[in-house]
Design a protein around this ligand. Sequence first.
Ligand SMILES: [Zn+2]
Length: 496
Amino acid sequence: MQPLKIYNTLSREKELFTPINVPHVGMYVCGPTVYNYVHLGNVRTFLTFDILNRYLTHIGYKVRYVRNITDVGHLVGDGDEGEDKIGKMAKLEKLEPMEIVQRYTNDFHKVLEQFNLLPPSIEPSATGHIVEQIETTKSLIDKGLAYESQGSVYFDIARYNAEGGNYGKLSGRVLEDLLTETRDLDGVGEKRNPLDFALWKKAAPEHLMRWTSPWGDGFPGWHLECTCMSTKYLGDTFDIHGGGMDLKFPHHECEIAQAKGANGVEPVRYWMHSNMLTVNGQKMSKSLGNSFLPAELFAGSHPLLEQAFSPMTVRFFMLQSQYRSTLDFSNDALKAAQKGYKRLINGLRIVKNLEYIADDAIAVDEKQVSEVEKGIQNCYDGLNDDLNTAVAIAGLFNLVKKINQLYMGQVQTAQLGESTFTLLKESFVAIIENVLGLIEEPNENVEAFAKGMLSLYREYKEAKQYDKVDEIRGYFKANGLVIKDMKTKIDWAYEE
Ligand SMILES: [Zn+2]
């Protein structure tokens, strides 16, 4: 089998994945700033790393997956000036900042569960690590890489780069260009250099979220929390750091500078970034009116949506693209995904009920065996090639063809031989359920309907009342189902 390769943003190359401390893997992913409902672009990012976490576990690694909650320090505009996003929402809604944090953390967890994402191993919050952030700030001041200015503390980028730092390397930016771009920004007065970023900010009297520090009352800068929490739980250098493409600069660039400055070593071996989501070819944004929430998608309640789409349909849809390509939401693409998902789930329903039938009169057919092995191989080759779920899904559809042939009796299980048959069954189920996290959505209405109707169907068939039999077939069709009245235990399936 091909070994796992992942694209490293830092080297701009696909690299062989070799963890520092096999079989352990440390992975840190920047979590949400919990001041609003989670949007679909965020879901795509977290889904990407859910697949990575699942796949690494599947191939035998023990993953410590840390994904934080940003509950302080992320300012409106993503820079060093302006209100705290959570503090602003708290004032608007006349709530405590921690009520805002709780409300949207709950929403975040609920939505991720609806999409069947596994929880991380540790979910630390920024406010829970104020002490660590003050300590790291102190240590950066001691090393001469940060300075206090009017109650705030800033990271000194010129000094960092003069001492061999590589600010700009991750995002491919040149320090001189950055200086030109940022010359006119606010807050320069306090900074030696406009590019310097806040490690600690002085809290104005009206600022809600504040802590005492050696520099007076204040709050931590946004970038610092991730450095403190990742090194605390994963060590000075760990395997994988992930996030959305939009975090590459300045957030991740600043994380590298802080960590390298404080600990003297490169913090991360593999930097991974997932791409954006677009809607009908446009960037998803509130101002364009094309941004919808997961709940609106599940209810079909947004004007841009022609119908409701279930969480598993959307999950399947997102996995049809590799995480580094942009992904475009449209009704047509989602409808196609709905069909594809049902086809895959029908394959899953069937394969779980298929049993090996030994038959001495049937010889093992090498062509059939090699088709199954190739199908499974294609799935793993896709996943090993920088988590190309699109290729893995194509491989699964080839296996669905084989599963249907077995179900229809066109191929006998004995032609595969017992070991290949078991391999097909186990691999197919494991890749769909454990790696891709796609499950058959519980639909009690459908189950109850199908159960009741099938017994009627059988009665009519027994009594040779074929007009009634056809009528019931019609009811199934109207509900998007088909009767699979065959010799196996599958009674019904989704219409594809
Ligand atoms: Zn972060």
